[in-house]
Design a protein around this ligand. Structure first.
Ligand SMILES: *Cc1c(COP(=O)(O)O)cnc(C)c1O
Length: 321
């Protein structure tokens, strides 16, 4: 592996002055190394946070203030909408918009998701770049293997690195990659003052995940393509949402009861939440998101298992031919 984990919280001053590392709330060697690696993948300056949600909170606190408005993509990660609702007590406003078109005028921050989780729509990135407000692209599901949002004019990339980037369901970690050094400096200042930095062990697990990111995502994409196609041909499946790349898709069965029997009927595919791990999982999103999603919507994240075995498992749960 690249480097050992340095769990120190303090390092000696050099000639009476703080060196590159002094106190681990500011930064630490393992975190800095993972930031360097991720920054290279996305083409910007990366900062790690304790979770994707901590990264979202930090971006909001650093770049919004009372009476400022964020335009959030409709159908984006449920937790991001809930987080902005929480921040509404502090005067931050949130409006939703259809990310396949232009963002509304007069907003102070644009927040899109590529592709959105669990609706799998893609943002119109040229329309975002043409808007005067800074643009955040949550690229958790695309990963830098499939999309480098900074090259499309976005100002920030956000990752729940808990998902594909760390990739093994054993590290909770978030990241923001900044296009402008001055934005990265402001975000680092906020992180240092408020404290949501990632831990060194987790940064090490992220480094381990990044080492296999490309092969994992290539395989997950190949499997997801094949499963999406077979789902489209299945009589019990109404709608399949898949943008053509990445390991995440969603599809609809008739109603909530049918969704329950499918998610509890698979054996190889676990019935649990989250995405981007090396093992496949399925869940009805209705339990978390309520009426915001169709009651029969199932979100499926493909792992590295044999695609034919995955399909056999799904087909059996769907009631078979
Ligand atoms: C999971 C997720 C998040 C939140 O990340 P955590 O690491 O769970 O805090 C944000 N955005 C998307 C698209 C996600 O899937």
């Amino acid at each position: 592996m690249p480097i050992p984990v340095d769990r120190s919280t303090t390092w000696p001053y050099e000639d009476g002055e703080p060196g590159p590392f002094s106190y681990s709330r500011f930064s630490s060697p393992t975190v800095a190394e993972a930031e360097r690696a991720l920054g290279e993948l996305d083409g910007g300056e990366a900062l790690l946070f304790a979770s994707g949600a901590a990264a979202t909170t930090s971006l909001a606190l650093a770049f919004l203030s009372p009476s400022r408005t964020v335009a959030l993509a409709e159908g984006a990660y449920y937790g991001t909408g809930v987080l902005f609702e929480e921040l509404s007590r502090w005067g931050v406003r949130c409006v939703e918009f259809d990310q396949t078109g232009a963002p509304p005028d007069g907003v102070d921050l644009v927040w899109v998701e590529a592709p959105s989780n669990p609706f799998l729509t893609m943002p119109d990135l040229p329309a975002m770049a043409a808007h005067p407000a800074p643009v955040v692209c949550d690229s958790t599901a695309a990963t830098p293997v499939h999309l480098r949002p900074l090259e499309h004019g976005c100002d920030f990339v956000l990752h729940s690195a808990t998902k594909f980037l760390a990739g093994h369901d054993d590290a909770l970690v978030g990241a923001v990659v900044c296009r402008k050094p001055e934005d990265a400096a402001r975000l680092r200042e906020l992180r240092t003052r408020t404290g949501p930095v990632a831990a060194p062990d987790v940064a090490w697990l992220l480094l381990r995940g990044l080492a296999t990111l490309e092969v994992r995502v290539a395989r997950q994409t190949e499997t997801a393509r094949s499963i999406a196609e077979r789902l489209r041909g299945h009589p019990a499946v109404a709608t399949v949402r898949y943008p053509g790349f990445g390991g995440l898709l969603s599809f609809d069965v008739e109603d909530a009861d049918t969704a329950r029997s499918v998610e509890t009927g698979t054996t190889l595919i676990a019935n649990k939440t989250s995405l981007g791990g090396v093992t496949s999982r399925i869940e009805a999103r209705f339990r978390w998101e309520g009426d915001r999603v169709p009651p029969g919507l199932l979100r499926l994240s493909l792992g590295l298992e044999d695609p034919d075995l995955l399909w056999a498992d799904l087909e059996r749960a769907l009631g078979g031919p």
